[in-house]
Design a protein around this ligand. Structure first.
Ligand code: SAH
Length: 518
């Protein structure tokens, strides 16, 4: 519904890249905004958190092109707000630190559009922090200064070097890498000692972060030797020397690793959270969304037919299935007693611990959970446990695994296969492109899969031309088989659990001895 009164713009900072540095306020707005207008510096890790139905508008620089002119950005903000939309204008770092936030606020004030400003963690302090460089330190300096290193249009500098040198404070230059050499020259000519420590910090707070520490006279040479890329900040002052002892980010168990986690959208992201805890940068790809089949005549029919045999099995193959089952009961105004209080006995099967937990939260203890998390083991387990002549109702996804039902039939049981939900695949086009680029650049170390359908969702959602360089961390054999079909390099976790998958990731990246029980 369009509502002129509702339109509002949040001018917000997304921080320097690490999703852990998002403010709680922005995290909430990512979920509720109608439209998100974002810049080049907003990381893929953060973009991957945006719900697929949110409209995403990119206004950053495109490769080889000029940035979208500010007037055009202004028009977009006005148009969306006037249509009654809640607009999140998302910028790298803090919107008021070289972010042109002021110009956008001016526009909103002029047009009487309601707005809020959400400060962000600026790269000026966060990037040094992730490199182990405190901006101030009692023994070395008592001030810091943030300066744009961006030259004027005619190429000349606007920096007042002699004033800067006199401050004796730590100097932080943003947008300065292309002028690195002239900045260092300017400082030395203004009297700064050649051996003053200085550093370039690239892609700070991200998995690919790099730090080059040298001196004012040596930094430009060292940076060009190492082929420093963007974005990067330059930092000058004695505090730079502390990085040698204080560095920490890349030393974390999964520091420097970027991992893509695929998950059904409704599932919790505990895997992503745990990987982040150990220092990984995690892109969450909600590769699949489950959509309940509603109304569901097949389910109604199956439930009304219960009681033809003395023992009735209800079998669940995912937490989403359990949720949809109870939702359907509610929608069809069916009472649980019509299922459990008959003259027959109801037995419950669950494919794994997460499904069993979901049942538990509805007051049901599963009678059978196979020790191996896979459809075949579930089928075999029920075939062994069920009494002769029992009837089994399988409640699961449309197009569920083909391996569940044959063992049941082989044991002489009768089976009703009832689809509860369908799987829908979706990813933002812009996010998909960025992820493809990361794969091509070899910047994604592993992808985690918790079911064969997440493999399908990933392939459909990301669409790479070649999967041979993808390392797939799989929860079980079925999942691994699906990943192998696309030529991925496959690792299978020892047990079908999130902790075991994390253990597998740790072992792969040379980080033994830490137990993933966090
Ligand atoms: N508003 C932003 C700064 C925008 S200007 C903020 O508060 O951080 C863009 C400059 O910020 C880049 O040229 C670079 O110098 C710096 N920058 C932003 N993110 C960075 C990162 N992750 N690592 C290194 N430098 C970064």
């Amino acid at each position: 519904m369009e509502n002129r009164e509702k339109g509002k713009v949040w001018i917000a900072g997304a921080g320097p890249g690490d999703a852990g540095l998002l403010t709680v306020k922005v995290r909430t707005l990512l979920d509720r905004a109608d439209v998100i207008v974002y810049d080049a510096l907003v990381s893929v890790e953060i973009l991957s958190l945006i719900p697929p139905e949110t409209e995403l508008i990119y206004v950053g620089k495109r490769a080889g092109y000029h940035p979208v002119p500010q007037t055009e950005i202004n028009e977009i903000l006005l148009r969306q707000a006037k249509r009654g939309k809640e607009v999140l204008r998302l910028k790298g770092g803090d919107p008021f630190v070289f972010g042109r936030g002021g110009e956008e606020v001016e526009l909103l004030v002029e047009h009487g559009i309601p707005f809020e400003i959400v400060p962000g963690v600026t790269s000026a302090s966060a990037v040094p922090a992730y490199a182990g460089i405190p901006l101030t330190h009692r023994d070395f300096t008592s001030s810091f200064h943030v300066i744009t290193g961006h030259p004027r249009k005619d190429g000349t500098s606007r920096i007042d070097y002699s004033t800067l040198v006199k401050t004796k404070g730590t100097l932080v230059f943003l947008m300065g890498v292309t002028s690195l050499e002239s900045i260092m020259e300017g400082l030395m000519q203004a009297g700064m000692a050649q051996d003053t420590p200085a550093a370039v910090l690239e892609k700070g707070t991200l998995a690919g972060q790099r730090r080059i520490v040298s001196t004012v006279s040596g930094l430009a040479g060292k940076a060009s030797e190492s082929g420093i890329g963007m974005p990067a900040i330059i930092i000058v002052g004695k505090v730079c020397a502390l990085a040698e002892g204080f560095h920490w980010a890349e030393d974390r168990c999964l520091g420097g690793r970027q991992i893509l986690v695929t998950r059904p959208r409704q599932a919790s992201s505990s895997l992503a959270d745990k990987l982040r805890f150990y220092g990984a940068q995690v892109i969450e790809l909600p590769s699949i969304r489950t959509q309940m089949i509603s109304p569901n005549p097949l389910l109604k029919e199956a439930l009304e037919a219960l009681g033809k045999s003395r023992e009735e099995w209800l079998v669940f193959t995912s937490p989403a299935g359990v949720l949809d089952f109870f939702r359907q009961l509610r929608e069809q105004k069916m009472d649980i007693r019509s299922i459990f209080a008959g003259s027959w006995q109801v037995k419950i099967g669950a494919i794994g611990s997460a499904t069993a937990r979901e049942l538990e939260s509805h007051g049901i203890q599963a009678d059978m959970v196979p020790s191996v998390f896979c459809a075949k083991a579930l089928g075999e387990g029920i075939a062994q446990t069920a009494q002769a002549g029992s009837h089994v109702t399988v409640l699961r996804a449309a197009e569920g695994s083909e391996e569940l039902i044959p063992p049941l039939l082989a044991a002489g049981l009768t089976v009703a296969d009832v689809p509860l939900y369908e799987t829908v695949y979706e990813t933002h086009e812009q996010v998909r492109e960025k992820i493809q680029d990361l794969f091509v650049a070899g910047a994604i170390d592993a992808v985690t899969f918790t079911s064969a359908s997440t493999v399908k969702g990933f392939v459909q959602g990301v669409g790479l031309s070649d999967y041979r360089h993808v390392t797939a961390v799989c929860i079980g054999e079925q999942t691994a088989k699906e990943a192998a079909r696309y030529g991925m390099r496959v690792l299978v976790s020892r047990e079908a659990s999130i902790d075991s998958m994390i253990q597998t990731v740790m072992e792969e990246f040379g980080c033994c001895g830490i137990h993933a029980n966090g």
